[in-house]
Design a protein around this ligand. Structure first.
Ligand SMILES: [Zn+2]
Length: 315
């Protein structure tokens, strides 16, 4: 069924944001500074720009985030090479967050929150994915300017995909934080929770960070037990989503619940409860009798719920 998505499928669901990176990463070119400079200045070259959680765009009916060399305002920091779109190179750069006011005041320019661009689908999915990669990578640079081994200032290398320490020669690589996000299911019911910060009436999959020394499936089972007191057995991977706020990897799973009595973690969750498959379908179609809703389609939580409630995904 087309609503179900599986590990074996080649493409992430259409509206799942940030999961359709379209470029050839061309990693073998990352240490060729002369080639990178030439590609940046070439006619087809283009560069995106991030400022905090926002994307610099040329103001207009459809926001255009791609700038030619020379079009970007002064004062950008690192420039990273994202990859090749055919023969054209794509880069991304960053402005310090305190530049936000002056950038958005410039004629013809605007700052667009990346999250809003994804929710409202203001850009094609490939473009959102390029921006997500650039944002996550540049956030890492902004927060890792010093060597974690000796404290000396480190320098970007490999077109932005590494930082090297000139003092102790340590090499540092960009981090991606794995997060498990999962739907526990049992006897035609699924387990959803809500945090106090969620929009009114919204319920979503439980989620949490993987810890060192932990498998994905152990993290799934631990998080469900910690947050809801529910024991789970089998775990099945469904799909993943890069999540650039700031640099997570959401790993979507189904988990087979083996107990049903909920003990809520009161610090994490405002509520957690079982929903029938019919109710889950009502959450997805915003027709639940209590006015409850599922997350929007830019988030993987909705696709996990849909895979089970509509697509019939099981173990
Ligand atoms: Zn060092």
């Amino acid at each position: 069924m087309s609503d179900a998505f599986l590990l074996s499928e080649r493409r992430a669901p259409d509206h799942l944001a940030f999961a359709h990176f379209p470029l050839d990463r061309a990693a073998h070119r990352r240490d060729d500074g002369a080639w990178l400079d030439a590609m940046f200045n070439a006619a087809g070259g283009g560069c995106f720009a991030i400022c905090g959680d926002m994307v610099l765009v040329k103001a207009g009916e459809a926001p255009d985030a791609l700038f030619r060399a020379g079009e970007l305002p002064e004062g950008a920091r690192e420039r990273v090479f994202l990859g090749l779109d055919g023969e054209a190179a794509r880069f991304c750069t960053v402005y310090d967050p305190d530049r936000a006011e002056s950038l958005s005041a410039m004629a013809g320019l605007a700052l667009l929150p990346l999250r809003q661009a994804a929710i409202e689908r203001l850009m094609p999915s490939g473009r959102l994915s390029e921006l997500a990669a650039g944002k996550a990578l540049l956030h890492w640079h902004a927060t890792h300017r010093f060597c974690a081994a000796c404290g000396a200032g480190s320098e970007p290398a490999q077109a932005g995909w590494r930082r090297d320490c000139p003092a102790c020669k340590a090499q540092h690589f960009p981090r991606t934080d794995p997060v498990v996000i999962m739907l526990a299911v049992r006897d035609g019911q699924c387990l959803l929770g809500r945090q106090a910060r969620f929009p009114q009436g919204n319920y979503s999959c439980l989620a949490g960070f993987c810890e060192p020394g932990e498998t994905i499936e152990d993290a799934v089972r631990r998080e469900i037990l910690e947050e809801a007191g529910i024991r789970t057995g089998r775990v099945r991977y469904l799909a993943s989503q890069p999540w650039p706020f700031p640099a997570s990897m959401m790993i979507g799973c189904l988990a087979e619940a083996t107990s049903s009595v909920i003990t809520r973690d009161e610090t994490e969750l405002e509520d957690v409860r079982w929903f029938s498959r019919e109710e889950a379908q009502q959450l997805l179609s915003a027709s639940h009798p209590q006015g409850l809703r599922s997350p929007a389609s830019f988030a993987i939580a909705r696709h996990i719920l849909k895979a089970w409630a509509v697509g019939g995904a099981e173990f």
